[in-house]
Design a binder for this molecule. Structure first.
Ligand SMILES: Nc1ncnc2c1ncn2[C@@H]1O[C@H](COP(=O)(O)OP(=O)(O)OP(=O)(O)O)[C@@H](O)[C@H]1O
Length: 541
């Protein structure tokens, strides 16, 4: 319960900035429901008190105004609610991306891609239910409920209490039992959707292995199973919705019967009772959407909890922005001083490691699988902080150097290069908006990819659409290398950059890297002895 309240508080914090819009939506909603009640109210009053019709044309005019006003106010309320929701969702996405940026890469290494996709797409989308269909409808129902209960109480207190009971049953009890009963379903739904996403991603990324190892049937079977699980959970969800609809109809019908019966038993004046009954029947509108909310809010709150958890997560390293600048031209030395590190505190991966790297040269890092070679590179990049000891640049602890300066001094490349939607030129010049065409082409020449780019019909302007441009792994890696060269970092940290490549492509990349050994420090992890034959020194972990 406490967790749910915290989640609601967290969600409300996003709309605190736009109270005026929320108030407008509520006002329009109240006006629209008042019109709905006014039409039968004035009609029945006219019939009951037919002797009092003094101005028939005024009656028709007021009914027409009420109908038009109802339409306009309803449209305005819906417009305002969705305006609030979509602006708030954009805000949430912005905050989420900002957070993910601080968590990357360390805290995101262990998360499945399906999780991210669910988080950024469906989880954020689910909040729409709260922002568009919860906040102002709850306020509208509260205001309408209060006004109506006062109106009925003035006719007879018991009628007011019956109305209050029915409104509370519809607006509070139904959604809350529905929410409690089906609490598990919201989590199950998200979990099965995320698993289905994960299966699709695995099938798409692992198509070669699926074909090679004859896994097609197995993968399809898994996809089918996950689809069926999602179906089952969805059916449970809709089954619940049907039950709630049934309960709601029952509450309205019984409420109505009680209202009339008590009115008769309490000897309420017949004309007043008829008018009050008609008003009562017309007054359920604001509460019907609330009674259906419990089911919807289940998924919304379970999405919101996941988002809130990510937002509350502490980054593995804190970004440093206020330290004295360290310029890349001043780079002199990189060292690892008595460093110990483990991803979990009781299992050290690196223990008391001390290393001195020169200003320039080609240093290879070797060791058995799992010995911590990649981990060492992560520490050099400060993707993680050490548990003991420190990594230092120019004898300054890397934890006390501006993160931006660290990334400008050290460039990192791994086994694969991620290409973004855009041209090849934009992909090489990533993050360097002021890089000239000459600089980009120079970097591509250094990475031995210029000739290949020039052989394409559109050269550097060739579009890469979501990684779809047909490219070999070697070409991708060389684009990644050109990107790295363009950044011109005095330290290049390379984690098996040639591990996916054939001998020919490996040699092209190695030659490009080796040419740089007199201008910068290259620290390269590789399994293959052939990759490190030219290294000035090899560190064995
Ligand atoms: N994010 C992580 N969380 C927890 N454990 C991790 C994480 N990354 C790596 N490990 C573990 O830390 C150990 C060292 O991993 P690392 O990738 O540094 O080794 P490696 O020497 O580079 O291995 P390989 O040669 O196979 O790439 C391994 O046992 C690995 O399972």
């Amino acid at each position: 319960m406490r967790e749910t309240l915290d989640t609601i508080k967290w969600l409300l914090s996003f709309i605190k900035k736009i109270p005026l819009r929320v108030m407008t939506a509520v006002l329009l909603g109240v006006v629209s429901y008042c019109c709905v009640i006014y039409i039968p109210y004035v009609s029945v009053t006219t019939v009951v008190n037919s002797s009092h019709i003094s101005n028939f044309s005024w009656l028709i005019f007021s009914l027409v105004v009420a109908v038009v006003l109802r339409g306009v106010a309803r449209y305005g309320e819906q417009y305002m609610n969705h305006f609030i929701a979509f602006h708030t969702l954009a805000d949430v996405r912005h905050v989420l991306f900002k957070k993910l940026r601080t968590l990357a890469p360390a805290k995101l290494l262990n998360r499945a891609k399906g999780d991210y996709i669910a988080l950024i797409t469906s989880d954020v989308e689910m909040l729409e239910i709260f922002f568009a269909h919860t906040v102002s409808p709850v306020l509208i129902a509260s205001i309408m409920g209060l006004g109506l209960v006062i109106y009925f109480s003035r006719i007879h207190l018991v009628l007011g209490l019956i109305a209050l009971g029915v409104y509370l049953l519809m607006g509070v009890y139904l959604p809350s039992i529905q929410y409690r009963q089906a609490k598990q379903i919201g989590d199950d739904y998200k979990a099965s959707l995320s698993q289905l996403n994960q299966s699709v991603i695995e099938m798409s990324e692992g198509k070669k292995d699926i074909k090679q190892y004859g896994l097609k049937e197995q993968m399809l079977q898994r996809l089918r199973q996950r689809g069926e699980t999602l179906n089952r959970v969805s059916l449970k969800k809709t089954g619940q919705l049907r039950n709630i609809q049934w309960y709601m109809e029952l509450i309205m019908a019984l409420g109505m019967i009680w209202f009339v019966l008590f009115g008769i038993v309490l000897s309420v004046q017949p004309d007043k009772l008829i008018i009050a009954s008609v008003v009562f029947v017309s007054s359920f509108g604001p509460f019907i959407p609330l009674s259906m909310l419990g089911n919807e809010l289940l998924s919304t709150f379970s999405s919101a909890k996941r988002l809130k958890q990510v937002m509350a997560e502490e980054p593995a390293v804190l970004e440093i922005t206020q330290a004295d600048s360290l310029y890349k031209d001043d780079f002199a030395q990189l060292s690892v001083n008595d460093v110990s590190f483990g991803y979990v505190s009781d299992k050290l991966i690196l223990e008391d490691v001390t290393l001195e790297f020169p200003k320039t040269g080609f240093i290879g890092v070797q060791g058995e699988s799992g010995r911590g070679k990649s981990t060492l590179l992560y520490l050099l990049m400060r993707f993680f902080d050490t548990l003991k000891g420190d990594v230092a640049i120019n004898e300054r602890n890397i934890k006390e150097i501006n993160t931006r300066d660290v990334y400008s001094i050290e460039g990192y490349m791994s086994q694969t290069t991620d290409l973004f939607t855009g041209t090849i030129r934009e992909n090489i010049g990533l993050g360097l908006s002021d890089a000239s065409d000459e600089m980009i082409e120079e970097a591509a020449k250094k990475a031995s990819v210029h000739e290949w780019i020039m052989s394409l019909p559109n050269g550097y302007e060739t579009e890469i659409k979501q990684g779809k441009r047909d490219m070999s792994d070697g070409e991708k890696q060389r684009i990644g290398l050109a990107r790295l060269f363009l950044h011109d970092s005095p330290v290049m940290i390379l984690d098996e950059p040639t591990s996916h490549l054939d001998y020919l492509n490996e040699q092209i990349i190695l030659r490009a890297i080796e040419k740089e050994r007199h201008q910068r420090l290259i620290v390269m992890v590789s399994h293959r002895d052939t990759s490190l034959t030219q290294a000035d020194e090899i560190i064995n972990l």
